[in-house]
Design a protein around this ligand. Sequence first.
Ligand SMILES: [Zn+2]
Ligand SMILES: [Zn+2]
Length: 330
Amino acid sequence: MLIKTTAGLYCSRGNFYIDPSRGVEHAVITHSHADHARRGSKKYYCVQSGVGLLRERIGKNISVESHNYGEKFFLNGVELSFHPAGHILGSSQIRMQFENETWLASGDYKREPDPTCEPFEVVSCDVFVTEATFGTPSFAWPKGKDLGKEIFQWWQDNAEQGFNSVLFAYSLGKAQRVLGVLQPYAKKPIFCHPAATGLNQCYREQGILLAETQCLSEVQTIDPLKRELFLVPQSFLQSPQAPLLGEKFKTAFASGWTAQSTYGIDKGFVMSDHADWNDLVRTVKDTGARRVYVQHRGKGALVRHLKSLGIAAFPEEDLIPKNPDQMSFF
Ligand SMILES: [Zn+2]
Ligand SMILES: [Zn+2]
């Protein structure tokens, strides 16, 4: 069904790519992060709830065909459908069926609850192509924490001590998840980086409840006695607007990497949008796949572990065709 090419995963039978790294004719998109959604393709296919983000990220005028989760559609006889991946709003696993064989490409995914996106759905398949961004056993996230309460408490503690709070988070996905978990707690607007404003709007248009926000591009001065919360990328500290943060502020990072590195930052909130080791292994088992291809950094450890469990597992490089005839169409 799928082979790995220089432009990404390609289905020759259906003549489409999944998250191609360059412009192609038919691009099936798992989600709108920059390493998955790129400009230049003639036609894009994504889930309905992800269209706004895709246009916001790569262009208002792209040609997009969208489908609801679970809805079947066909590309040159290959049956496709999108299924929630739980990673960010509109993130999808892509199910492909031709004749009696079913493949599933996971895209990025997580199994933890997230108020800003549809929960991960287990999809059974014959062959599973899985991400493994955090594919070593050392990655294990604490589960079941109320991150909204923790972040709010940190903000209040800083305020009592006379500090503003500055939370660093990636503009797409992470920032909205922070706003989503804070929504039940926050009693006043959170100052957001301009890069997040349009993205926040896309989430709200899909009915996702986010805490109230104010865009930093709309403010000239901020009362240093108000003890605000700022949600910005780390690069904001070097920007001309950085003085808005005031003289006294505490910093924190919301990231899956927090467990690994908090150098120079006051606090870390472990908030990953990827499955940890246990959830990767669990997900592979849940799909019932008889063959598994593993993408990204952690593939070596995960491939070895799956093999030890009796699952036929391979690194994604094994999807590169060995027969040069097969190379002719890309
Ligand atoms: Zn992603
Ligand atoms: Zn990714």
